[in-house]
Design a protein around this ligand. Structure first.
Ligand code: NAD
Length: 369
């Protein structure tokens, strides 16, 4: 942009952007390209949307197996919307390509939106809608399930007993009763986890950037500082979103914060992988820290998630090293994966599409164009 002073440049930028924000006219049938779809996605969405908009929702859906990324974004040519999941890539170059293809809406069939460049979407006039809540119970119940799997060494017990090895060595666990649970992030899922911990007879501590007094008033938990939680907790469960930058949660669990924890602490992450620095975790595990670690998500999981690599060498170094530790259990981003959650995701996603198409209030917008 040529312009001698800031005012001229600002005006030119505004005019350039104006095109991106021009009013969108509703189309009769919203054409949606679904990326990274699996058989279960097709099952739950197809129940709602029959071919060419004959079902409950007026949409024409094309399911692609491929994940959204720089190489596949061109598949969206001629579609009004794309529907993506946690492991799809909607970074700036992808958003630019989607804009070129005529896409006006990104539908996230998940809660997290850290894989979408919201600023780029805004600049290109693309609305981003998500499913803020589907089944917080699904995620919290999975968190406790894998935590107990790691704590009571059920993963080892299963294979031992299958092999007719009925000895108990290597399977010693810890009681949760009368222990302290530390919930980092006390939103919808964190609250469910707090209630589950309470059910086990634990004292529950909470830490959150925005504490919720109602949880204190009902006697569910006590808010403490991050440092106090890390020092006192026997079980630490992560439920804050991945936020980059100052006061964010990227590598919240690192060498310094791990050093504050008890040696016998149990750690579970069902939130987002990069909240834990995996190198720091591996360093601490090698030094004998952690009675149990249960990860549904970890930094660097992206190349593995939802793929079958049982017949090839694992090239992701972090995955391979995490698999070394007998007290560590991995699942592959499956905490959300219950029938109830998938039904809710399908309904909310298609409601989002309908509201966008009909120009209704967009309650689930992360970015309104
Ligand atoms: P939520 O928005 O209800 O709760 C998040 C909580 O984190 C809020 O209480 C908020 O105040 C707090 N928070 C926000 N920024 C923070 C910061 N910088 N530091 C500390 N606390 C902060 O979200 P939710 O529905 O409970 O989901 C939590 C996370 O779980 C999601 O962000 C998502 O990444 C993850 N998730 C994972 C799966 C899975 O399958 N593994 C499924 C759904 C959600």
């Amino acid at each position: 942009i040529d312009g001698d002073d800031e005012e001229v440049a600002a005006k030119a930028i505004e005019e350039l952007l104006h095109g991106a924000f021009e009013e969108k006219k509703p189309v009769d049938v919203l054409k949606i390209a679904f990326f990274g779809t699996k058989d279960y996605d097709r099952t739950f969405f197809s129940e709602l949307v029959k071919d060419k908009g004959q079902g409950t929702y007026n949409s024409d859906i094309k399911y692609f197996d491929s994940q959204l990324g720089p190489e596949t974004a061109g598949l969206a040519q001629g579609y009004d919307a794309v529907c993506i999941f946690v492991n799809d890539n909607a970074s700036r170059p992808v958003v630019e390509k989607l804009h070129e293809c005529g896409v006006k809406l990104i539908l996230l069939r998940c809660a997290g939106f850290n894989n979408v460049d919201l600023q780029a979407a805004k600049e290109y006039g693309i609305t981003v809608l998500r499913v803020p809540a589907y089944s917080p119970y699904a995620v919290a119940e999975h968190a406790m399930a894998i935590l107990q799997e790691a704590n009571r060494r059920l993963h080892k017990a299963y294979t031992k007993v299958k092999d007719n090895n009925f000895a108990l060595s290597g399977l010693l666990g810890l009681d949760l009763h009368n222990k302290v649970a530390g919930i980092m992030g006390t939103g919808k899922i964190g609250q469910c986890m707090a209630r589950i911990c309470k059910g086990y007879g634990m004292t529950v501590l909470g830490w959150d950037a925005y504490p919720n007094q109602a949880l204190v008033d009902e006697g569910l938990l006590t808010y403490v500082s991050k440092e106090e939680l890390l020092k006192r907790a026997d079980l630490i469960s992560l439920h804050c979103p991945l936020i980059m930058g100052d006061n964010g949660t990227y590598h919240l669990i690192n060498d310094e914060t791990i050093a504050l924890m008890k040696d016998t602490v149990m750690l579970v992450n069902t939130s987002r992988g990069p909240i834990i620095d995996p190198e720091a975790l591996i360093r601490a595990l090698k030094q004998g820290k952690f009675h149990a670690v249960a990860l549904d998500v970890y930094e660097g999981e992206d190349n593995n998630v939802y793929t079958d690599k049982s017949d090839v060498a694992i090239t992701n170094d972090i995955t391979a090293r995490l698999q070394m530790f007998p007290q560590l259990v991995l699942t592959s981003h499956q905490a959300f994966f219950t029938r109830e959650a998938l039904q809710a995701i399908a309904v909310v996603t298609m409601e989002n599409a309908r509201n966008f198409n009909e120009g209704n209030e967009l309650g689930n917008a992360e970015c309104k164009a």
